[in-house]
Design a protein around this ligand. Structure first.
Ligand code: ADP
Length: 601
C-alpha cells in the first residue's frame, strides 16, 4: 500500500503542477507581456496623434477664415462707400441707402473696412468704415486710417507686379449700373448731388468692372500684428467724355481708376480666440491646444506636441519669412489617460492572476499535505504490522514452548511454578495488546462524559495499582494541595497515568532516580506531569509520538518492545476530558509528559 501511495500521490502532485500551474504561469506571463507591448505601441503613437490634432485645428481654422472671406466676397465692391444706390432702384427719386458696412455691426473677426484710391497717387484718399458695434468710433477710425496708411506704404515696388498678376489671374468681371459705380466711388457731397441730378442718364447705362479675389497679408508693425484682406477693383474701359455730361461725379469714370479695398482681420481673434474655440470640437480629450511656453517645453515620456503656424498655414502672404511663424500654437498630446488605463488594466490582471495563483498554491499545499498524511499513515501501518507481528509472535512462541515442555514432562517439578508464571506473564502481555487495540476503536466510538472531580484524589486512589511489583519506591508523588476541581473521567486518568508511568519505566534506565508524578497549577490549567530521566523525545517527534502506531526510530533497529498505541490512547483519553497532552525536555535531562486539564468552573 505504502509503495503504491508513494508513487501515485507524488505523481498526482506533479501532474497538477504540469497541467494547471505551469500553463497558468506561461499564459499569464504571455498576457502580461502583451499588455506591456500594447502600452509601448500606444506610446509610440502619441507624436502622430499630436500631428493629426494640429492638422485638424488648421483645417477648422481654414474653414472658418474661408467662410469669413466668402461672406465678404459677396459684398459688392460699391458698398465700400457712404451711400449705395441699389442697382434695382428705378425712377426719378433715386433712393440712396446708407452702406451695409455702416448699418450693421462688424462681423466677428473684422475690425473695419477700407478703400484706397490707388489711381490717385500715394496721397490719395483713404476711406475707412466701421460697424455699429464699435464703441469710440472716432478714435477707432483714426487708428484704422493709420493702419491702412501704413499698409499702403509697404512694398510700393511690388505694386506693379501684384497688379499685373491680379489682372491676369484673379479678376472677375462684374457688370454694374453706372449709378451704383458713380455712388460707390463718390467721396463728397458734391459728387453725390451730381449723381442725383443725372440719375436718369446714369441708370440707363451699365459698365464692366474688374474685381479681384481677396488676398491675405500679414506683417508685424512695431510689435503689433496686422492681418489684412484686400482686393482690387479696376475700371479698364473708362467712359469717354463724349458720352457724359460735365460734373464732379463723372470725372473718375473717365479715368483708369483703381481701388484697393478690403478689411482688417482682428489678429487676436484669428490667432487666439478662433483656434481655442475650435479646439473643443477638433481635439479629443487627450489632446490640448496651448500657447508654447516661453522656456523650452519640458518633454517627458508619453507626451508630445506638434506646432501650428497659423499665418503660413492659412495662406497669408508675408513681407518677411519670420512673420510667417508669428502666433505659433502647439497641440499637446499626452498619454496620461493611457497610462491610467494601462495601470488599471495591469492592476486588474495582477489581482486576478494573484487570486488564481493563490488558489493554485492552496491546491498544491492541500494536495501535498494529503500526500504527506497518506504516506505517514502508510508508514505507521507498516510499523504497526511489524510491531504487532513481533509482539504477537514472541509471547505466543514462548507460551507454546513452555506449555509443550510442561506437557511432555520435561520440566522438573521444582522448576514448574517458574514456567507457569512465565506463561501467565506472556498471556498478560498478549491480552494487554489485544485490549489496547480494542480500546482504541472503542474510544473513537462511545465516549464517557467527563465529570468535575478532584485530580489529586483520583490519583491517590490509583497509587496501589501503579506501584511496581519489583521496586516499591520508584514513584515519587508531588501533588499540589488546593487545586480546583477539573473535568475528568476516572478510567481516563487511570489509562493516562498507567501508560505514562509504564513508558517512563520502559525508556528510563532502571535503578536511577525515582519517577515523579506531579500535579500543579499553571496558566489557568491544572497540570498532571510524569517526569523521568530517560533519553527524552527529540523535538521533531514530539507531535508524532501521540499518533496511533507511531514509534520513534525504525522497527528493525529498536530494542524496546511496544505497539505505538500507548501515547495515542493517552491522547484520546485526554481529549475525552477536554485536556491537552504534550511533552517537553525535563530540566537536567529526561522527558516531562504533561496533561493540562481545564478547571471545572
Ligand atoms: P510504545 O511505547 O509502545 O512504542 P507509545 O505510544 O507508548 O508506544 O510511545 C511512542 C514512542 O514515544 C515510543 O516509541 C518512544 O520512542 C517514545 N516515548 C514514549 N515515552 C517516552 C519516554 N518516557 N521517554 C522517551 N521516549 C518515549
Amino acid at each position: 500500500v505504502a509503495l503504491r501511495l508513494a508513487t501515485t500521490s507524488p505523481r498526482a502532485l506533479g501532474l497538477y503542477g504540469v497541467l494547471l500551474v505551469l500553463p497558468t504561469l506561461i499564459f499569464g506571463g504571455l498576457y502580461w507581456r502583451e499588455i506591456q507591448k500594447d502600452f509601448a505601441r500606444e506610446r509610440l503613437e502619441v507624436p502622430s496623434r499630436a500631428e493629426s490634432g494640429a492638422e485638424r485645428i488648421v483645417a477648422s481654422m481654414r474653414q472658418a477664415l474661408g467662410q469669413l472671406i466668402e461672406r465678404e466676397s459677396q459684398r459688392p465692391f460699391y458698398s465700400y462707400s457712404q451711400y449705395v444706390a441699389p442697382p434695382t432702384a428705378r425712377g426719378d427719386a433715386m433712393a440712396l441707402q446708407r452702406s451695409s458696412l455702416l448699418t450693421g455691426p462688424n462681423p466677428t473677426g473684422i475690425q473695419g473696412w477700407f478703400s484706397i484710391d490707388r489711381s490717385g497717387g500715394p496721397d490719395s484718399q483713404v476711406r475707412v468704415f466701421l460697424g455699429t458695434n464699435v464703441k469710440d468710433s472716432a478714435r477707432s477710425e483714426d487708428e484704422l486710417r493709420d493702419v491702412v496708411a501704413d499698409f499702403r506704404k509697404r512694398k510700393e515696388t511690388e505694386e506693379f507686379l501684384q497688379r499685373a498678376t491680379d489682372l491676369l489671374l484673379n479678376m472677375n468681371t462684374v457688370e454694374v449700373p453706372l449709378t451704383a459705380l458713380a455712388v460707390g466711388i463718390s467721396t463728397d457731397d458734391q459728387q453725390i448731388d451730381c449723381v442725383e441730378k443725372h440719375a436718369d442718364l446714369l441708370q440707363e447705362q451699365k459698365v464692366k468692372v474688374q474685381v479681384s479675389e481677396f488676398r491675405l497679408q500679414f506683417y508685424v508693425h512695431e510689435g503689433t500684428p496686422r492681418a489684412i484682406a484686400s482686393r482690387r477693383v479696376l475700371l479698364n474701359d473708362p467712359l469717354s467724355a463724349k458720352e457724359l455730361p460735365e460734373g464732379p461725379c463723372f470725372e473718375p469714370l473717365m479715368t483708369f481708376f483703381h481701388l484697393q479695398q478690403g478689411f482688417l482681420i482682428d489678429p487676436d481673434w484669428l490667432l487666439r480666440k478662433l483656434p481655442f474655440s475650435l479646439a473643443n470640437q477638433a481635439l479629443d480629450e487627450e489632446e490640448e491646444l496651448r500657447i508654447p511656453p516661453q522656456a523650452g517645453p519640458i518633454d517627458y515620456v508619453g507626451q508630445a506636441f506638434a506646432s501650428i503656424y497659423p499665418i503660413n498655414e492659412l495662406g497669408f502672404e508675408t513681407y518677411y519669412p519670420e512673420d510667417g511663424l508669428y502666433g505659433q500654437l502647439d497641440v499637446l498630446a499626452s498619454s496620461e489617460r493611457m497610462t491610467e488605463r494601462h495601470s488599471r488594466q495591469s492592476q486588474r490582471f495582477l489581482a486576478v492572476g494573484g487570486m488564481l495563483l493563490l488558489t493554485l498554491a492552496t491546491g498544491v499545499t492541500l494536495l501535498y499535505r494529503g500526500v504527506r498524511r497518506e504516506l505517514d499513515q502508510a508508514h505507521r501501518m507498516q510499523n504497526f504490522v511489524a510491531a504487532v507481528t513481533h509482539e504477537l509472535r514472541t509471547p505466543v512462541s514462548t507460551i507454546r514452548l513452555h506449555a509443550e515442555m510442561l506437557q511432555d514432562g520435561w520440566v522438573q517439578p521444582e522448576k514448574q511454578p517458574e514456567y507457569y508464571r512465565r506463561i501467565v506473564r506472556e498471556t498478560q502481555r498478549l491480552s494487554t495488546l489485544v485490549e489496547r487495540v480494542l480500546e482504541k476503536s472503542r474510544l473513537k466510538e462511545n465516549v464517557t462524559r467527563p465529570v468535575a472531580a478532584d485530580l489529586n484524589e483520583t490519583i491517590q486512589a490509583l497509587r496501589p495499582a501503579l506501584s511496581s511489583s519489583e521496586d516499591e519506591d520508584d514513584l515519587d508523588f508531588q501533588l499540589e494541595a488546593g487545586l480546583p476541581a477539573v473535568w475528568l473521567t476516572a478510567e481516563g486518568i487511570e489509562m493516562i497515568l498507567s501508560n505514562l508511568v509504564e513508558n517512563a519505566r520502559k525508556y528510563a534506565p532502571p535503578g536511577g532516580e525515582p519517577l515523579v508524578v506531579r500535579t500543579r497549577w499553571k496558566d489557568g490549567r491544572v497540570l498532571l506531569e510524569v517526569l523521568d530521566r530517560g533519553p527524552g523525545v527529540p523535538a521533531a517527534e514530539r507531535e508524532k509520538i501521540f499518533d496511533a502506531f507511531y514509534r520513534v526510530g525504525s522497527e528493525q533497529t529498536r530494542t524496546t518492545t511496544g505497539t505505538g498505541l500507548g501515547l495515542h490512547l493517552v491522547r484520546l483519553h485526554a481529549e475525552t476530558c477536554g485536556a491537552r497532552v504534550s511533552v517537553e525536555d525535563r530540566e537536567g535531562g529526561g522527558s516531562a509528559f504533561q496533561v493540562a486539564f481545564r478547571p471545572a468552573d
